[in-house]
Write a new protein. Structure first.
Length: 388
C-alpha cells in the first residue's frame, strides 16, 4: 500500500500541544509550529482500525498486557535492529520521560553525579536536577564535520559518576552514533562502573546510509550495565497514548525497576496504548519505511534550499530523527533576538537551541515531519527573514 504523507490534517482545537499552545509558547497563535517532536501525518489505517475495533466493545475496564504484546515488541526489535530480547526483560513505563525520572530515583542517591551530553533533549536536565542529583555536562564537540563526543573529558568525568544518560540516536543534533563511538562510551562506563541509560526512542527513524546500534547489544557485559528505553511513540506518532518499554537484562536491576513501578501502581498502563503498540509493531514496517523515505526527501529539500538561498545558516547533517539542527551563529544575534526574529519576522515556531543546554547557543531545532508544502512555505518564510 502506498501511504499519502502529503495529506493535510487539521490539528487545531484537538488539545494538540503543537498547534493549540502556540500563543502560550510563542506569543503568536499564527506561527507555523515546527517544534514539538511529533508528526503532522495521519495515523496509519491499520492502527486506527485496531483502535476503532476495540472501542466498539462497550466496556473499557481493567486490562493487562498479554504475551502477544511482548512478542510483537520482541519481533520488531529482532527484525529491525537484530537485537534478541527475552520477554522477561521488557518492562512497562507510561512514557520514556517518566521512566528517566524513575530510573534516576531508583538507581542513584541525592548528590550523585549523572552525566548527560548537551545540547540534548531537555527533559534529561529535569530528570537529574529535580531529584537533587548533580548534573555533569559532557558537552558535545561542534566540529567542521558535525558533532562528536568528547571522550577525553568523559574519561575524567566517569571516575566519580554513577550514571550516564545517553541519547541514541541523538536528539537534537541528529547523530546516529556509530558502533565504534558507542564502544568507546561502553569501555569508559564499564571501567568506572557507570550505569548507562540509553534513550533509543528514535531508533526506528535512522535515515538511509546510517544504522542504529543498540547500546545494550554491544556485548553481554555492556548489556549488564545498561537500561534501554524504547517506544512506538515517535515512529508511529503515538505519544498521546503513554506506552513505552524499558528493557533491562540484568535481573537485579530489572527487579528494582519492576518493584518501583508496582509500588506506584502505574504498571497497568493504557488499554489503547497496548492496542496501538500491537498494531504498529505487527503491521507497521512498510509504513515506517515509506515514512523514512518521505522524511529524507524533506530533509534533502531543506538542505538544498538553505545551501542555495541562506548560506549563512549552517545545517548539520541529520542521520536520524525528523529534526534538523540549524546554526545561526553567523548572524551574530543574541539568543533572545534570534528567537524573536524567528517568531515575529519568519512566523515560525522552532525550539531555541538554548532549551537543549550548553552548546545550543545560536541554534534552532526544526521539525520537518509535515507535508512537503508546509516545509516549503516555512523555508520561504525563513528566506524572507534571514536573507541578508
Amino acid at each position: 500500500m502506498k501511504y499519502n504523507f502529503d495529506k493535510h490534517i487539521n490539528r487545531e482545537e484537538t488539545s494538540c500541544v503543537k498547534f493549540d499552545l502556540r500563543e502560550k509558547i510563542f506569543g503568536n497563535p499564527d506561527v507555523i509550529p515546527m517544534w514539538v517532536a511529533d508528526m503532522d501525518f495521519e495515523t496509519p489505517d491499520f492502527i486506527r482500525e485496531a483502535v476503532i475495533g476495540r472501542a466498539n466493545h462497550p466496556i473499557y475496564g481493567y486490562t493487562f498486557r498479554n504475551s502477544d504484546y511482548y512478542q510483537h515488541i520482541i519481533n520488531w526489535l529482532w527484525n529491525n535492529h537484530q537485537w534478541k530480547v527475552a520477554m522477561e526483560s521488557i518492562l512497562f513505563s507510561p512514557g520514556v520521560v517518566p521512566a528517566l525520572n524513575f530510573i534516576v530515583k531508583i538507581y542513584t542517591n541525592p548528590k550523585d553525579k549523572i552525566i548527560i551530553q548537551p545540547p540534548v533533549y531537555f527533559p534529561f536536565f529535569g530528570a537529574v536536577k529535580s531529584h537533587d542529583r548533580i548534573l555533569v555536562y559532557n558537552q558535545l564537540l561542534k566540529t567542521d564535520t558535525g558533532y562528536m563526543i568528547d571522550f577525553e573529558l568523559l574519561e575524567h568525568q566517569a571516575k566519580d559518576a554513577e550514571m550516564l544518560i545517553l541519547s541514541n540516536p541523538h536528539n537534537p543534533v541528529g547523530r546516529a552514533w556509530t558502533k565504534s563511538e558507542l564502544l568507546k562510551i561502553a569501555d569508559i562506563c564499564l571501567k568506572n562502573n557507570v550505569l548507562v541509560v540509553s534513550d533509543e526512542i528514535h531508533a526506528d527513524l535512522v535515515l538511509p546510509g546510517f544504522q542504529h546500534q543498540v547500546f545494550a547489544d554491544l556485548s553481554p557485559e555492556i548489556s549488564d550495565i545498561t537500561i534501554t528505553a524504547h517506544a512506538p511513540s515517535k515512529t508511529f506518532n503515538l505519544a498521546g497514548l503513554s506506552t513505552s518499554s524499558i528493557i533491562i537484562t540484568n535481573p537485579e536491576l530489572r527487579l528494582m525497576f519492576q518493584q518501583y513501578i508496582e509500588d506506584l501502581h502505574i504498571g497497568m498502563g493504557n488499554l489503547f496504548g497496548v492496542i496501538t503498540s500491537n498494531a504498529a509493531y505487527e503491521k507497521g514496517n512498510d509504513w515506517r519505511l515509506q515514512l523514512i523515505d518521505y522524511l529524507q526527501s524533506n530533509i534533502e529539500y531543506v538542505e538544498s534550499f538553505i545551501a542555495k538561498n541562506l548560506p549563512k545558516i549552517r545545517v548539520f547533517k541529520t542521520e536520524a530523527t525528523y529534526m534538523i539542527w540549524l546554526d545561526f551563529e553567523a548572524f551574530c544575534l543574541t539568543d533572545e533576538a534570534l528567537k524573536a526574529k524567528m517568531i515575529n519576522e519568519a512566523g515560525l515556531g522552532l525550539n531555541p537551541g538554548t532549551d537543549f543546554g550548553p552548546g545550543g547557543e545560536g541554534c534552532m531545532r526544526l521539525n520537518i515531519a509535515s507535508p512537503r508544502n508546509v516545509v516549503e512555505t516555512a523555508m520561504n518564510k525563513l528566506k524572507i527573514a534571514f536573507s541578508y
